[in-house]
Design a protein around this ligand. Structure first.
Ligand SMILES: O=C(O)C(=O)[C@@H](O)CO
Ligand code: MG
Length: 261
């Protein structure tokens, strides 16, 4: 049975961020994830997770200047020391929250700069994976589709897997966001069956629209959840979607797994 985690950056936005922990626990979640926790003290977030018997399963390293359009630093030449400082900060948060996985974003890169960006990306990922290993945290990379994030350096699961194979670092894995994968090329079964040992975390949202993973979209979720069970996937499945009309109302899709009202 999949272990679902609520993404607190996208679910329960009806209440302020700190209150989303209790809301997620009240709805039956045992795990939570978020995008960027840095506005809050790590101790505070760790307390909120503990008070609500929740595991914080994943969050992102600092992405650079988000308001200015930056979407990560790992593949940006000349930003290495800022990238590594960000990973240090993220690992402090991970230690405090006992979080097992850290997503490191690549960044937006112009096509003509791809070659130097790839060298930088490989160096920075190797460094981050080394740093995180000492904390018992796994570094993950996530392909993000170019419709949602134009210019993002890592768009295809096959490219992410090639990066992971090239580095061959035991502490580097794939964050497989099925929404982005379906938006890009699909081939969901092939990736899940061929690369499950490289997948450290899964995220879900319906296609089209990035709403609830239910029968209204083009993905057969029951089949995919069955596939994960059949292959013994024991990681978390992050619910990273935009509810159509309220988080709790939209959780009907998860009732069979003890989540929602
Ligand atoms: O956009 C996604 O998908 C994510 O997982 C984010 O954390 C990256 O911004
Ligand atoms: Mg995602």
């Amino acid at each position: 049975m999949p272990r679902f985690a609520a993404n607190l950056s996208m679910l329960f936005t009806e209440v302020p961020f700190p209150d989303r922990f209790a809301a997620a626990a009240g709805a039956g979640f045992r795990g939570v994830e978020c995008q960027f926790p840095y506005q809050y003290a790590a101790e505070h977030l760790a307390d909120l997770a503990a008070m609500n018997a929740l595991t914080m399963v994943l969050f992102n390293a600092p992405p650079g200047d988000w308001a200015a359009g930056e979407r990560g630093l790992a593949a940006l030449p000349g930003r290495d020391s800022e990238f590594r400082d960000g990973v240090e900060l993220a690992l402090d948060y991970a230690d405090m929250m006992d979080c097992p996985c850290l997503h490191v974003m690549a960044g937006v890169v112009a096509e003509e700069d791809w070659a130097p960006a790839l060298d930088t990306y490989l160096d920075n990922l190797a460094a981050a994976a080394d740093m995180a290993r000492d904390h018992g945290v796994r570094v993950l990379i996530e392909p993000i589709n170019p419709v949602d994030m134009p210019g993002y350096f890592l768009t295809r699961p096959e490219d992410a897997l090639r990066v992971i194979e090239t580095l061959d670092h035991p502490n580097l894995g794939l964050q497989y966001d099925i929404y982005h994968a379906q938006m890009e090329r699909g081939a969901l079964t092939d990736t899940l069956e061929d690369a499950l040992d490289r997948i450290g975390h899964i995220q879900i949202a319906g296609v089209p629209g990035r709403h609830e993973p239910d029968a209204r979209g083009e993905v057969n979720w029951r089949y995919l959840f069955g596939l994960l069970d059949a292959h013994g996937y024991d990681g978390w499945v992050g619910c990273e979607y935009r509810p159509r009309a309220g988080t709790l109302t939209g959780l009907r899709w998860a009732n069979d797994w003890g989540i929602g009202g």
